[in-house]
Design a protein around this ligand. Structure first.
Ligand code: TNX
Length: 537
C-alpha cells in the first residue's frame, strides 16, 4: 500500500474563498488525481461501516476525494435539503471545506448528491443506495429517513478523523463502489431512564447525536418511577414541582424534570435526527413518586413516604378508585398531545403490589385511553398477560420470567420488541470490577451484548415476530453524560447492528475489528467509552 502525505488542503480552501479556484480543473490541483487508485492514510472501506450494510460492492479503483470545491446537492424536497445541511455541518469542522448545500448551478463540480427517488426497489422506507466513483458520490432513498441513514454511512466511510471538531490536514477519501442497504428490523431503539436520575435537555441532545450515527431510530424515555416524575403535566402540577424537585434522584441526587417546552424541544431535536421519541409513564407499579405527592391516589387516602432507594415492586396506584383513572387519563392525554410518534409506553412491569385481577382491571381501562389518543400502547412483557389483542406491543425483557404470554402474543400476531436483560441491558456492569452499573442480569461483556439473535432468544418468537431491538439504560447508578456514555459505548453499537444488519453479516471477529475503528471515532467525538479488553483498540 502506498501512502501519500497530506497536501495543502487548507491552502486549497483559502484559494477557494479568495475566488481563485473557480473551475473543477483548478480544484484538481489541490486533491489527488481522482483516477489514481492509491490508498490514502486512514482511508476506510465499504465493509468497515457500522452497522454492517446489507450488500456492498467495493471498487478500490473508483475512490472519490472530497475537496475544497465539493458541493452537496439534493433533490428539491425540503426534507432532502435538511439532510444535506445536517451532513454539511458534520463534515465542515474537520475538513475545513465549505461544502455548500444546493448553492451552485454548476453541475460539473464534484458533488455528494442526496436524491429522493420514487419506489427504488429493495430498500424500503429506511434503506438507501450508495454509489461512489471519481465524479462524486450519489445516495438515493425513497424517504428522508433513508437519505439520513445513507448520510450516516457516508460519515462512516470517511477517515475517522472526520469526526474531529477542528480542521485536520489530510485527504478525505470516499471509497468507490456500491452499497444497497436496508434494515433487518424497523425498530432500533435505545432507552434512557430519566426517573432514577434526571438528565437535562442538553445531555439528551448529545445522546441523540451519538446514537443517530448507528441508525438508531427510536429513543424510549423512562419518565416516571418510584423516585421521581420527570415530565410536566399541567393538570397535576406537583408531579414535577415536588416529584422533580431536590432530593428526588436515587440517593437524593439527580433532581430535575422536563418542562413541556423542553419536552417538545427534545422531541423535535430527535426528529431532526430521524429519531422518534417513545415516552414511558410506568403504571400501575413504579408509581411511588405520584403516590407520595397526591394522597388521593392511594386506597387509604394517605400519601406514601417519598423514596429514593432502588427497591422495586412495592408501589401501586389504587385500582378501584375513579380518581386513579382521571389521573391516568389526564397524564396520557397531555403526553400524547405533545408526542408526534406512534407509541406511548405504559410500563406495566414488576407490578408485584397489584393483584393479577387488579392488573387486568387496570389495563382494561387504561389501554383504550392510549388508542383514543390515536397512539399504540407499548408495555413491558407483563402486559402481554392481559392484552392478547394485537394492539399492544410487548417488550420482552426478563430472561428469568416465563415467556409463555409473550409467545402467545406473538402467536396472535403481535410483533415483539426484544430487549433481553442479559444481552441488551446496557445498565449492567461489563465485569465485576466495573464501578457503574447493576448486576442482576449481568455482568454483560461487549461480546455478550453483540453475540445474540433476536429471533433465537425465545422459543416461539421468530424472525417475523420481531419488531426490533432496544438497548436499555436504567440510571440507578448513572449521574452524568460521562456515565451514560461509558455504559452505552461500545455496547449500543452492537445492539444497533443486531437490529439493522442481516444475520448473514454476524461475525464476532469481524465485528470486533470494526469496533476497534469506532474507538478512534469516539475519541474524536469526545465520547467517554469503555475500553473493553475484548477489543484490540
Ligand atoms: C428492571 S426492566 C426494571 C427496572 C430497573 C432495571 C434495572 C424493567 C421492566 N424493570 O425497574 O431499573 O431492572 O436494571
Amino acid at each position: 500500500m502506498r501512502t501519500r502525505t497530506p497536501l495543502l488542503t487548507a491552502l486549497g480552501a483559502s484559494l477557494l474563498c479568495a475566488g481563485t479556484l473557480s473551475t473543477p480543473a483548478a480544484a484538481d490541483e489541490s486533491t489527488p488525481d481522482q483516477s489514481d487508485p492509491v490508498e490514502v492514510e486512514g482511508a476506510r472501506h465499504l465493509d468497515d461501516v457500522m452497522p454492517a450494510p446489507a450488500e456492498t460492492n467495493p471498487d478500490q479503483d473508483a475512490n472519490f476525494w472530497l475537496s475544497p470545491v465539493t458541493q452537496i446537492r439534493t433533490t428539491a424536497d425540503s426534507d432532502a435539503a435538511q439532510v444535506g445541511t445536517y451532513l454539511a455541518k458534520q463534515l465542515r469542522p474537520s475538513t475545513g471545506y465549505p461544502l455548500p448545500v444546493n448553492e451552485s448551478a454548476n453541475s460539473e463540480l464534484p458533488a455528494i448528491s442526496l436524491e429522493l427517488g420514487d419506489d427504488i426497489p429493495d430498500i424500503g422506507d429506511e434503506g438507501y443506495t450508495y454509489e461512489a466513483d471519481h465524479q462524486g458520490v450519489v445516495i438515493e432513498a425513497n424517504t428522508a429517513d433513508g437519505l439520513f441513514n445513507g448520510a450516516q454511512t457516508l460519515r462512516q466511510v470517511l477517515p475517522n478523523a472526520v469526526e474531529a471538531d477542528s480542521v485536520q490536514s489530510q485527504f478525505w477519501t470516499i471509497p468507490g463502489g456500491e452499497i444497497v442497504d436496508h434494515p433487518r428490523t424497523s425498530y432500533r431503539g435505545a432507552m434512557l431512564d430519566l426517573a432514577r436520575h434526571f438528565h437535562p435537555l442538553e445531555d439528551l441532545k448529545t445522546y441523540i447525536d451519538e446514537i443517530a450515527q448507528y441508525k438508531i431510530n427510536y429513543l424510549h424515555v423512562h419518565l416516571t418511577d418510584d423516585q421521581g416524575w420527570r415530565v410536566e403535566i399541567d393538570s397535576w402540577p406537583e408531579l414535577t414541582t415536588v416529584g422533580g424537585g431536590e432530593g428526588t434522584g436515587v440517593d437524593g441526587e439527580g433532581p430535575g424534570y422536563l418542562t413541556k417546552e423542553e419536552y417538545k424541544e427534545f422531541v423535535s431535536y430527535a426528529q431532526s435526527r430521524h429519531i422518534t421519541v417513545v415516552p414511558e409513564i410506568d403504571m400501575p407499579g413504579h408509581t411511588n413518586a405520584a403516590l407520595s405527592i397526591y394522597a388521593e391516589l392511594n386506597c387509604d387516602g394517605e400519601a406514601t413516604e417519598p423514596r429514593t432507594d432502588i427497591e422495586v415492586g412495592y408501589s401501586s396506584l389504587c385500582i378501584d378508585k375513579d380518581i386513579t383513572y382521571e389521573f391516568v387519563s389526564d397524564v396520557i392525554d397531555e403526553v400524547a398531545d405533545m408526542t408526534p410518534g406512534p407509541y406511548i409506553h405504559i410500563g406495566g412491569d414488576e407490578a408485584d403490589a397489584t393483584t393479577e385481577e387488579d392488573f387486568q382491571k387496570f389495563m382494561d381501562k387504561v389501554l383504550p385511553m392510549v388508542t383514543e389518543n390515536g397512539k399504540r400502547a407499548m408495555g413491558w412483557q407483563e402486559v402481554s398477560a392481559v392484552d392478547p389483542s394485537q394492539d399492544t406491543v410487548p417488550q420482552y425483557w426478563d430472561p428469568n420470567g416465563d415467556p409463555a404470554d409473550v409467545v402467545e402474543a406473538a402467536e396472535n400476531g403481535n410483533q415483539i420488541l426484544m430487549s433481553p436483560a442479559d444481552r441488551a441491558y446496557i445498565d449492567q456492569k461489563y465485569d465485576e470490577d466495573t464501578e457503574l452499573g447493576l448486576e442482576w442480569a449481568g455482568p454483560t461483556t461487549v461480546k455478550e451484548s453483540y453475540d445474540w439473535d433476536p429471533a433465537e432468544i425465545v422459543d416461539g418468537i421468530d424472525e417475523d415476530d420481531v419488531l426490533g431491538v432496544e438497548a436499555e439504560l436504567f440510571s440507578e447508578t448513572l449521574r452524568s453524560i460521562d456515565d451514560i456514555e461509558y455504559m452505552t459505548f461500545p455496547r449500543l453499537a452492537g445492539i444497533a447492528e443486531i437490529g439493522w444488519s442481516p444475520q448473514s453479516t454476524h461475525d464476532w471477529d469481524a465485528y470486533a475489528s470494526r469496533l476497534s475503528d469506532q474507538g478512534e471515532r469516539w475519541e474524536a467525538q469526545g465520547i467517554n467509552f469503555y475500553h473493553s479488553p475484548q477489543i484490540d483498540w
